[in-house]
Design a protein around this ligand. Sequence first.
Ligand code: ADP
Length: 360
Amino acid sequence: MGQSVTPVAREARLLTLSIDLLGAAGFDGYLKLHNPAWNRALGYDDHELATTPYIDLIHPDDQAAARAVIDRMANGGTTIEFVCRIRRRDGMWRHILWSGQGAPDDGCFYIVGKDVTERRRLDQELENRAERLERINAELQDFAYIASHDLSEPLRMITSYLQLLQRRYGGQLDETADEFIHYAVDGAERMKLLIDDLLRYSRVGSVEVQRVPVDADAILEGVLRSHEGAILESGATVTHGPLGTVQGDATQIGQLLQNLIANAIKFARDDIPAQVRIERVDEPRQWHIVVRDNGIGIEERHAERIFKMFGRLHGREEYAGTGIGLAICRRIADRHSGRIWVESAPGSGSAFHVAFPDGS
Ligand code: ADP
């Protein structure tokens, strides 16, 4: 025969087991009832808990707020998620999150408390870390910008004096000297390209991205128009379908298209002229475009490397460039919470995909 258990005994068991602080606090300032979680969490024995005015356990800075909450409950009010610091027997302060309900007829308020000290510490630590990361990021950003900006000035001076040397003394010195000057001018010009690209890269990170509806067709037209000469000269054919509207930053989207199109033309095969096609892929909730070419292609194992800073697969003699263009594209995609990736194989062209969320 099963033993009969009274509801009260059952509830008492639950009170004993609870890891939360459960209690009834009298409006006379003393605890009337508490479960063992109080003893475990705060270290006081039953007698101490019953005879110490509970307001004395509250941190002096939190007492006024606690009094206001208790006053509300004295009128039958309810309190949800009130946090105050409670002194443990060993003198340490614990943050306790309280919910309570006043019961004027019983002369007390009923409360449930959860020790959130650890959770608050972790939250605080996370917050500090995020702040620190943000600061370091901003410093790096400033550094990259200032370094590339300040390097431009002395470089301009080197370049102009070298050019002066070349103009004024070219042909008057011996052949070797002419050659040295030529290399120096060449090096300075390449350095200028690098610095300009670095500046572009750091600018993408430093400006706040304004996400507004952008007419991608108009942007593409602009990019194609400004590259008309280069396209004609290379013998490339560039065609496109409608790209529609995208939520984003017009300047950055222009930069992205221009980098991808310039690459599609630059990395053409020797034997066939470049054919470039820019299209939108019809997908819900995304603005997904593809820039496809019939160029030299990329081995699959390099498909990630090319998006890294200075990730180049060829020497300068083969194809000019700094290796920063696709790193800029990746950064632009990141700033739009989007993705950029390539599908390609050597000899069979490349398809660069860009997908931004919330296209319309
Ligand atoms: P850059 O063009 O200055 O070299 P990018 O960052 O734009 O730098 O490109 C990185 C590398 O990715 C290129 O050097 C090239 O090896 C490869 N790449 C980029 N676009 C293409 C393409 N359309 N076809 C083949 N290879 C490409």
